[in-house]
Design a protein around this ligand. Sequence first.
Ligand SMILES: [Zn+2]
Ligand SMILES: [Zn+2]
Length: 339
Amino acid sequence: MAPHPETWLQPRPEGLFCIPGGFHIDATRAVDRAIITHGHADHARPGHHHVLASVETLAIMRARMGEGRAGITRQALAIGEILRIGDVDVSLVPAGHVLGSCQVVMDYQGSRAVVSGDYKRRADPTCAPFAPVVCDVFVTEATFGLPVFRHPDTDKEIAKLLHSMSVFPERPHLIGAYGLGKSQRMIALLRAAGYDAPIYLHGALTKLCTLYAELGIDLGDLRPATVADKAALHGAVVIAPPSAVADRWARRLDDPVVAVASGWMRVRQRAKASGVELPLIISDHADWDELLATVIDVQAPEIWVTHGNEAALIYQLGKMGRIGRALSLIGYGEDADDT
Ligand SMILES: [Zn+2]
Ligand SMILES: [Zn+2]
């Protein structure tokens, strides 16, 4: 009989450890051998000895951490390629979260576990879509694991933004969006909606937008917001990290319409408290319905939840005849890098 994944995949203080493979997944402390699901700072930590990830994730890690800290030795694994590590067959499958994000599929003696990392099920022009893999244990996040979190259609949110731009053609639209994934997705969604004017960037976003373009994600005409004169920014779209939207940086703009693109914008008080005039509910994480649909798609009798609102999800899993287990891994979702 195939061994149960709990005998060979263990939550440890520094992250999930695959015993017969001798590697960690998204370890939160420096380890000998790490597989990284994606480049967000709470999953991709510096200082590992050996790093295995998708080509894009390795490039993102290098860009964010610098050559020396992104792993002493690095190995790229192509989508669909199977690599034997110790006694385990490992492969990567797209997670649909940000460019390069992958689920880690592990097969050991007829038993299969899949670690999703962060994921979403909606279309995103900047990355490959999530592919469900049938497994015995599915390890999921639960960032938006409450029934109240049902993200609206992305197109509807983009239409809201375009409508505001037509109502206030003179005002700059300042969009707060996280540096890895969300800002590039916002740009790509605007381009897909036919917006082809230059888009202005906060300096903190330049490097990753350039890297996305190098990796084949066309983002159109991007310009630095810092050197543009105030008049050039009238009626323009400006993208900045959410932290910059709230601080002095935003004062360089004349009477901006302040928007923030985040799943948390679903919480109205949160939008109001941060002075957001135009909340855009656009998330790179699965909402409640997507979490439940995924559980059904992967057909796993047992679901392990790494972080987020695990209690409500585990209760719901029980009602669906699944076993839910909270791993309560420390260190994920803290960075506020990726909602
Ligand atoms: Zn995360
Ligand atoms: Zn993430």
